[in-house]
Design a protein around this ligand. Structure first.
Ligand SMILES: Cc1ncc(COP(=O)(O)O)c(C=O)c1O
Length: 345
């Protein structure tokens, strides 16, 4: 058993750095429900500008950001086209139905990506029998598929379809920072093809709390109301927003380090007999390791390696998920490879 835990479960497990804590300690605060918190204002302005949107709103979580986007831009009874592995479909506790009375229409994509044609095939006639199409939702990077990044051209095609069909377009950009760092395509180039974009500060960027939802000024006025309704109005939250602001300013560029480490780890893993990773499509900080060929179960694997101080999660019966992040260095990656070789090599 190694003395130190190597936590590869998620990029949400990071702890604030000393510099981030200093920024939080020194943060100026006010009552944000009255829009009087200067640190939150600064964060919202920074994020809106990075994404090329008119306005942004700080919210407690990525889930709330997505659910506000849905609530404000759809009507009860609408349907939302999304990918079958989408976070809003799998991991938000049924919130679209619960909070906004909409149904999701999942589309089987390839590595989290679907096409304009796939949505067109599913569009329904304008007839009493069918739910109206209210939104197209995409996720970039796509968590469940292993942090896959979209092609900008396909996002544009879906956006054009949303204009033609009078549907909203929402981008779940919890890891848009990773997509931008890995692809070299800036955040605002992706964001131009969506009415609303959610981003998270508590994932790759390493801040302790919060997300933002961005869009037009009119949209953010409504988003403000929805945030209040959902219980997300916070008061002197500049304390936590300061950590997010520090992270946005200082941690976006370093995301490529996480991506390199994910590649090094994946290359080490595939050297073990019967372990496979789709190396050709490993583009950001999430690795999905397939151990089916070895007849191993992911849950058992996670338990075994945790005994050696390595924490992972699973993404299917024989699929193990490793995520690199701010809290890991090169030695952690090398130690992980060494331990796994000893156990399974
Ligand atoms: C793609 C994606 N969207 C949204 C979320 C939700 O974020 P939160 O956990 O802050 O609600 C996550 C969380 O991991 C995510 O991976």
């Amino acid at each position: 058993m190694s003395s130190r835990l190597i936590d590869l479960r998620s990029d949400t497990v990071t702890k604030p750095t000393p510099e981030m804590r200093k920024a939080m300690y020194e943060a100026e605060v006010g009552d944000d429900v009255f829009a009087e918190d200067p640190t939150i204002r600064a964060l919202e302005e920074e994020v809106a500008s990075l994404l090329g949107k008119e306005a942004a709103l700080y919210v407690p979580s990525g889930t709330m950001a997505n659910q506000i986007a849905i609530n404000v831009q759809t009507k009860s009874g609408d349907e939302i086209f999304c990918e079958a592995g989408a976070h809003i479909f799998n991991y938000e506790s049924g919130a679209p139905a619960f909070l906004s009375h909409v149904q999701l229409h999942p589309i089987e994509g390839i590595r989290g990506v679907f096409t304009r044609e796939q949505v067109e095939e599913r569009l329904r006639p304008d007839n009493d029998h069918f739910p109206p199409g209210g939104m197209i939702e995409i996720e970039n990077t796509h968590n469940r598929s292993g942090g896959n990044i979209w092609q900008l051209s396909e996002v544009r095609r879906l956006f054009e379809l949303s204009r033609e069909q009078n549907m909203a377009m929402h981008l779940d950009g919890a890891r848009l920072w990773n997509a931008a760092a890995a692809s070299g395509t800036p955040e605002k180039d992706w964001a131009q093809y969506a009415d609303s974009v959610s981003v998270c500060f508590s994932k790759g960027l390493g801040a302790p709390v919060g997300s933002a939802i961005t869009g037009s000024k009119e949209f953010i006025v409504e988003a403000h109301r929805a945030r209040k309704r959902f219980g997300g109005g916070m008061r002197q939250a500049g304390i936590i927003a300061a950590g997010a602001l520090y992270a946005v300013k200082n941690h976006r560029k370093r995301l490529v380090d996480d991506h390199h480490r994910a590649k090094t780890l994946a290359e080490g893993l595939v050297e073990i007999d019967g372990f496979s990773v789709d190396l050709d499509h490993l583009s950001s900080n999430i690795i999905i390791l397939d151990i089916a060929e070895r007849g191993l179960e992911a849950a058992r694997f996670a338990e075994t390696v945790s005994g050696e101080g390595i924490l992972v999660t699973f993404a299917g019966r024989s699929k193990v998920r490793f995520v690199t992040h701010l809290g890991l260095d090169d030695k952690d990656i090398q130690d992980t490879i060494t331990i796994l070789r000893r156990l399974y090599g």
